[in-house]
Design a protein around this ligand. Structure first.
Ligand SMILES: [Zn+2]
Length: 829
C-alpha cells in the first residue's frame, strides 16, 4: 500500500464507507503525472465550472499533476484507453454511466466510481435574480428604487431588491442561493484525500502531499443535515477572496426569501409613517408611535393587515420568493389600543405575554395567503415577548414556518439550559407540522467590548446532535463589522466545527478536535487544545475570575512557546494572540485589589431612541444649556480631595456616550470675589497648571491610563500616562474642547473620541465602549464586557487656598493625583 492510500484510510469518515482503491493499478495521478481528466458538460452551471477548477487546483497542490478540464472524455470513454474521466456535475457522460442528479435535494450529491471513472455529481440549480435589484448599496436609491415604487404603489421597503447583492460574489459569479451539490462533492472528495480548510487563506489549509492518487472505490450519497446553513461572517460578497472561498469550502449557503423582522418593510418608510399613523402601535400615553426607528405595528389594524398581505403577494409573484417573514420589528412593543391591549397575557411572563397576540396575526396572514399562494410559506420568529408558543392556537397552518431565536444557546453544556432549549423546540414542534429554523446569536468579536475567547465546538456538537432532526435551517450570527472574518485565528473555529456538524451531525467532536489540534498546531497541539477547551468550559468566568483568566493565558503562552518560530504553527498561534490584549489587560485589572466603596458613574447612551431629539442639539460652546445635557439632568458633584467634605466652590459633571465619543460637561462655580486664575490660553502650555484647571484621568478596558487637563479658557494638555515622560506627550487625545466663563461659574464641554483599533496608539483613547460588567440575559447570548475607571479633579491653583476637589477623593495622605487604584468605575447604559 502506498503512503497515500494509507493516508486515505486514516482520514476517511468514521462511517462504513471507507475509501479503498478499486485496484492497485488504477490511479488518477501516477507519481506526479496526470492519469485522469476532469469532464464537465458543455453548458455546465457556473458552480460546476468552479468545482472543476477547485478540483484541478487541489489535485495539483497535492500531487503536482494538473488534470485537464474537458467537455467530453478524450479517451475511448469508460473501459477504453486514455485518461480516467473524473466527471464533475451531471452531463451526457454521467448519464451514460447511470449517474444523474435526479431526485437529489439542494446541495445533496453522489460520489460514485466505476472500474475506470469517478463521478462527483449533485444538484446544481442556478439562482436567477429578478429586476429591479441593486448591484451595490448606492445603486438602489440612485436607479432601482423608483422602478420598485411603481411596482409596489406603496411606500414599502424592498429587502430583496435592495440587498441581495450581499449574497452574490461578482468575482466568482456565485450566489449563496445557488445549489452547489457538485461543488460540495468535489470538496468531500478532497477531504477524503486529507485536505482541510480550517481557516481562510493558505495559512488556514492542510494539504497532505502525495505523488500518487488512487481512483477510490466508492458509491455514496451525501445529504447535508440542514438544507440551509447560514453564517453571518464571512459574507459571500466579501472583497477578501480567501474569505469567500472558505465560505464555499465549508459548505455554507443561504435561503432566498425574507427571513428577518418582515414587518419593518411596511413600517419604516417615512411616507408610510406620515400617511398611516393608525398602522402603528399605540403607546400608554395614547399616542401612536410612528417615529421610533423600530416602531412596531398595531396588529389589529385592518389597513396594516391588508398591506402585509398585499406586500407578501407582490414579493411572491414578482420576486418569486418562497418564504416571507411577517415577524414584528425589533424592540417589540405591545400595542395599547383598545383592540390590542387586552390581548396581552401578562401571566405568561416576559417570554410569552404577547405570544397569542403576535401569532394570531401570523396565522390570519397565513390563512389569507394560502387562498392565493398555497405553496408559499409565512415565516415568524419565536422571539422576545412572543417566544413561547401561543395557547389559543392548537396547530399552526401548514404554510407557517417557525424560527426560534437562540434555539441552540451557547450555554448548551449546562444540562438545565440544554433541557430547556429542547423543551422549547418540542413545544413548538407540537404546534406545527413543519421542521424549525433556529438562529444562534454567538457573541460577536467586535461589538460591545467582547474580549473573551469564544470557542464552542462541544456546545455546537451537543446542540446539533439534539436538534438536527427537527431543524431545516440554522442561521449563525458570529461577528459583525466588515464582510470578512474578524480575528480569523480564533474566529474560524466555531464556523468550521458547526459546518462540519451541519454536514454530518453524527461525528465525534473530540476526534475532529484531536485532528484539528494535531494538523493545525503541530508541536503546540496539546497546550493549544487545552487552551481552547479550557476557554469553552470556563467562558463564564474568563475575565472575572483572576485564577481562571490567568490559567487560560498560561495555557496559551505554553502553546506559543511550544511552536518553533518561523513555522506555520507559530504564525497560526500569533493570529490567536491578536485577540488577546484586552484579556491580558483584564487579567492585570482584576488582579488589582481596588478598595471597597469607590464611586461609580453611569454614562447616558445617547444612541437610545428616547434621546433621539436631544442628541442632535449639542452645540460645542461650553454652556451646557442644550437638551443634549439637560434632557437627563443628573450631575454628580466633586468633593474635597482630602476630607471628602462639601467644598466651598462646588463643581458638578455629566457624561454622555454618542457616536464613539465620550462627552463630559463640567460646571465649576466660584465666589465672585475669587474668580479663577487662567494660567494660559494655549494648548500644551505647562502654565495651564499654574491656574485653575480640571484633570481627567481615565483608564479604558485596553489602556491604563490617559490624562486630559482643561482650564477655563479651554486650553488643553493631554498625556498618555502609560508612557514615561517626555514620551507621554507624544499622544494626542484629539479632544474637542469648548469653555465658557459666566458671572459666578465656568463650564466646559469636552468630546473625547474613542477608537477600538490599536493600530495608531498616538491618537485618541483606545478602548471598547464600556459596559457594566454583568451577566446579560441568556436569550441575548451576549456576555460581560469591561467597565472603565476614571477620576476627575478640579484644582484652583493660583488662588489663596488652592481648593482641590475630586469625584473619587483620595484621603488625607495622598501626595499626587495619580492614584489609579482610587479611580471610580464608569460605564455606559
Ligand atoms: Zn392596536
Amino acid at each position: 500500500m502506498t503512503k497515500l492510500l494509507y493516508a486515505l484510510v486514516v482520514v476517511s469518515w468514521t462511517s462504513a464507507n471507507v475509501v479503498a482503491p478499486a485496484a492497485a493499478e488504477t490511479v488518477l495521478v501516477n507519481d506526479g503525472k496526470a492519469n485522469a481528466e476532469i469532464v464537465i458538460a458543455d453548458n455546465a452551471p457556473r458552480s460546476v465550472r468552479f468545482a472543476a477548477e477547485e478540483l484541478q487546483t487541489y489535485v495539483e497542490k497535492i500531487s503536482g499533476a494538473r488534470l485537464r478540464i474537458v467537455n467530453s472524455p478524450s479517451g475511448a470513454g469508460p473501459t477504453g484507453t486514455g485518461p480516467i474521466p473524473v466527471y464533475v456535475g451531471e452531463s451526457e457522460s454521467t448519464r451514460r454511466v447511470g449517474v444523474t442528479a435526479e431526485g437529489l435535494g439542494r446541495d445533496t450529491f453522489r460520489m460514485v466510481s466505476g472500474a475506470d471513472w469517478l463521478a462527483l455529481v449533485g444538484s446544481d440549480e442556478e439562482f436567477v435574480p429578478i429586476e429591479p435589484w441593486a448591484r451595490s448599496h448606492n445603486q438602489w436609491a440612485a436607479e432601482k428604487e423608483s422602478q420598485w415604487r411603481k411596482l409596489a404603489g406603496h411606500p414599502w421597503l424592498n429587502p430583496v431588491g435592495s440587498r441581495i447583492y450581499k449574497d452574490y460574489n461578482k468575482q466568482l459569479d456565485i450566489w449563496s442561493y445557488d445549489h452547489r451539490g457538485s461543488l460540495n462533492a468535489v470538496y468531500a472528495f478532497l477531504r477524503e484525500l486529507g485536505v482541510r480548510w480550517y481557516m481562510p487563506g493558505e495559512l488556514g489549509e492542510i494539504v497532505p502531499p502525495s505523488r500518487t492518487i488512487a481512483l477510490p472505490k466508492i458509491d455514496r450519497t451525501v445529504t447535508p443535515a440542514y438544507e440551509v446553513r447560514s453564517i453571518s461572517r464571512p459574507m459571500i460578497s466579501s472583497n477578501e477572496i480567501d474569505d469567500v472561498l472558505w465560505y464555499l469550502r465549508i459548505g455554507a449557503n443561504d435561503q432566498y426569501g425574507i427571513m428577518h423582522h418582515g414587518q419593518r418593510h411596511l413600517t419604516e418608510h417615512p411616507e408610510q409613517r406620515a400617511a398611516h399613523p393608525e398602522y402603528y402601535a399605540m403607546m400608554a400615553n395614547g399616542r401612536r408611535d410612528n417615529e421610533s426607528q423600530t416602531a412596531n405595528a398595531c396588529l389589529s389594524s385592518e389597513g396594516f393587515f391588508n398591506e402585509t398581505v398585499a406586500f407578501a403577494r407582490l414579493m411572491f409573484d414578482h420576486y418569486q420568493i418562497p418564504i416571507i417573514s411577517v415577524m414584528p420589528h425589533d424592540g417589540f412593543n405591545h400595542c395599547q389600543c383598545e383592540r390590542c391591549r387586552d390581548q396581552i397575557t401578562l401571566d405568561r411572563g416576559p417570554s410569552g405575554q404577547s405570544s397569542d397576540y403576535v401569532w394570531d396575526f401570523v396565522v390570519r396572514v397565513a390563512n389569507e395567503l394560502a387562498k392565493t399562494h398555497p405553496d408559499k410559506k409565512v415565516f415568524c420568529g419565536a422571539y422576545s415577548s412572543y417566544r413561547l408558543p401561543p395557547l389559543k392556537i392548537d396547530k399552526l397552518p401548514d404554510n407557517v414556518l417557525v424560527q426560534i431565536t437562540n434555539g441552540r444557546p451557547i450555554r448548551e453544556l449546562d444540562d438545565e439550559i440544554h433541557r430547556d432549549a429542547a423543551e422549547l423546540r418540542a413545544q413548538w414542534l407540537a404546534k406545527s407540522n413543519n421542521p424549525l429554523s433556529v438562529t444562534l446569536n454567538y457573541t460577536p468579536f467586535t461589538n460591545r467590548g467582547a474580549y473573551r475567547p469564544q470557542y464552542w465546538p462541544h456546545v455546537a456538537a451537543r446542540g446539533i446532535k439534539a436538534s438536527h432532526k427537527d431543524v431545516w435551517r440554522e442561521d449563525v450570527w458570529l461577528s459583525s463589522g466588515k464582510g470578512g472574518l474578524h480575528y480569523p485565528g480564533m474566529a474560524h473555529v466555531n464556523p468550521y466545527f458547526i459546518s462540519r456538524f451541519w454536514w454530518d451531525p453524527d461525528q465525534d467532536v473530540d476526534a475532529l478536535l484531536e485532528e484539528y489540534y494535531r494538523l493545525f498546531y503541530g508541536p503546540a497541539a496539546e497546550p493549544l487544545g487545552a487552551f481552547i477547551e479550557f476557554c469553552e468550559q470556563q467562558y463564564a468566568n474568563l475575565g472575572s475570575d483572576a485564577e481562571v483568566t490567568k490559567k487560560a493565558l498560561d495555557l496559551f503562552d505554553q502553546a506559543q512557546a511550544a511552536a518553533p518560530p518561523d513555522t506555520v504553527y507559530r504564525r497560526r498561534i500569533a493570529l490567536v494572540d491578536e485577540f488577546l490584549p484586552t484579556l491580558r489587560n483584564r487579567a492585570t485589572q482584576i488582579d488589582v485589589k481596588r478598595p471597597e466603596g469607590l464611586p461609580e458613574y453611569r454614562v447616558i447612551d445617547m444612541a437610545k431612541d428616547k434621546w433621539r431629539d436631544a442628541r442632535g442639539t449639542l452645540k460645542m460652546d461650553g454652556k451646557l444649556d442644550e437638551a443634549f445635557w439637560t434632557a437627563y439632568h443628573y450631575p454628580r458633584s466633586l468633593r474635597d480631595v482630602a476630607t471628602s467634605q462639601k467644598p466651598k466652590h462646588p463643581a458638578r459633571f455629566m457624561a454622555r456616550w454618542w457616536n464613539d465619543s465620550l462627552y463630559f460637561g463640567i460646571r465649576c462655580e466660584f465666589d465672585k470675589s475669587e474668580p479663577p486664575i487662567v494660567g494660559s490660553q494655549q494648548d500644551r502650555d505647562p502654565a495651564i497648571w499654574q491656574g485653575e484647571h480640571l484633570e481627567l484621568l481615565i483608564e479604558t478596558d485596553k489602556h491604563s491610563y490617559y490624562q486630559v487637563v482643561v482650564n477655563p479658557a479651554g486650553a488643553l494638555i493631554d498625556l498618555d500616562r502609560a508612557v514615561k515622560l517626555p514620551g507621554a506627550y507624544d499622544w494626542s487625545s484629539q479632544a474637542e474642547v469648548a469653555a465658557h466663563i459666566g458671572e459666578d461659574f465656568w463650564s466646559v464641554e469636552l468630546r473625547l473620541p474613542v477608537t477600538t483599533s490599536d493600530e495608531d496608539p498616538l491618537h485618541q483613547m483606545i478602548g471598547s465602549r464600556p459596559f457594566q460588567a454583568k451577566q446579560e440575559s441568556l436569550e441575548s447570548g451576549k456576555g460581560t464586557s469591561l467597565p472603565w475607571y476614571f477620576n476627575l479633579y478640579r484644582k484652583r491653583s493660583g488662588t489663596k487656598d488652592v481648593e482641590t476637589t475630586a469625584f473619587s477623593p483620595l484621603g488625607p495622605d495622598a501626595k499626587s493625583f495619580h492614584e489609579p487604584l482610587k479611580f471610580a468605575r464608569i460605564y455606559v447604559q
